[in-house]
Ligand binder design. Structure first.
Ligand SMILES: Nc1ncnc2c1ncn2[C@@H]1O[C@H](COP(=O)(O)OP(=O)(O)OP(=O)(O)O)[C@@H](O)[C@H]1O
Ligand SMILES: [Mg+2]
Length: 241
């Protein structure tokens, strides 16, 4: 399946094929994300959601396929170059440095890129997640799972991504922090500075925040469209466990 590269799309994934250790994991994943929108990539456990994100970030090699960010093909770029091109990735399970302070965790990405702190961006992150300012000098490992998720999102935001990519940010997190993360996503969407690719299994969260969706089943897209058009039948067939 090949989609026309519409000039207005922020990101296009076109017919991605990925295999790991000889077994095929992605079998032609195709979808595209509009500028300033929140796109939810959904599907049951093990269908290839995280694999899609890793392929997008260049952490797994493609067998074939095209990835376009703002009309530029990026599928041959190494991961660091994709990050510089505007992909801000928060992996599943957060991935912060437990022995570094919150402050060190926040700026490590910028430092690796030889970039300076931007005071305005930092303030913006503190507005989204006040707990980050409050715990600036604590070790990352002392934070709760939800706070670590907020830290990981904050770190990605400080790189000023064109596309923020979140892999199951609500997984294993207490409800009040899920709400805070949802509110942050809404604020980012309203600001309109970036598009957001949200991998999620939490249906209500997707329905509340998403503009569009795609559902994966065994490594390819089985349903997609506007979130408002996601029917209970589709939910039952492809999402309900
Ligand atoms: N390193 C690996 N080695 C072998 N198989 C892998 C590896 N990583 C993923 N897989 C397999 O690829 C498939 C897709 O995995 P993936 O992590 O992309 O799923 P997912 O949709 O993100 O699931 P979840 O919702 O549980 O996070 C699964 O069958 C998984 O077992
Ligand atoms: Mg996953």
């Amino acid at each position: 399946m090949i989609v026309e590269a519409l000039p207005s799309e922020k990101l296009i994934l076109n017919d991605l094929h990925v295999s790991i250790g000889g077994s095929t994991i992605l079998r032609g994943v195709t979808f595209s994300i509009k500028p300033k929108s929140v796109f939810c990539l959904m599907g049951r456990n093990g269908v290839g959601k995280s694999t899609t994100l890793k392929a997008l970030m260049g952490l797994l090699p493609l067998d074939s396929g095209i990835i376009q960010l703002d009309k530029t093909a990026i599928q041959k770029m190494p991961t660091a170059q994709r990050a510089r091109a505007g992909l801000g990735y928060v992996p599943q399970g957060r991935d912060i440095f437990p022995h570094l302070t919150v402050e060190e965790n926040l700026f490590i990405g910028l430092r690796a890129r030889g970039e300076k702190k931007d005071k305005q961006e930092t303030e913006r992150v503190f507005t989204l997640f006040p707990i980050i300012r409050e715990f600036l000098h604590r070790k990352g490992g002392m934070l709760s799972g939800g706070q670590q998720q907020q830290l990981a999102i904050s770190r990605a935001l400080l790189t000023k991504p064109k596309l923020l990519i979140l892999d199951e940010p609500t997984e294993g997190i207490q409800p009040n922090i899920i709400d805070q993360i949802g509110d942050a996503i809404k604020m980012l969407r309203e600001e309109g500075k970036m598009a957001i690719l949200l991998v999620e299994q939490y249906l209500d969260f997707c329905r509340e925040l998403g503009d569009d969706f795609a559902i994966l089943e065994r490594g390819s897209v089985c349903a997609s469209g506007m979130m408002s058009a996601l029917t209970d039948e589709v939910v039952k067939e492809f999402l309900t466990v």
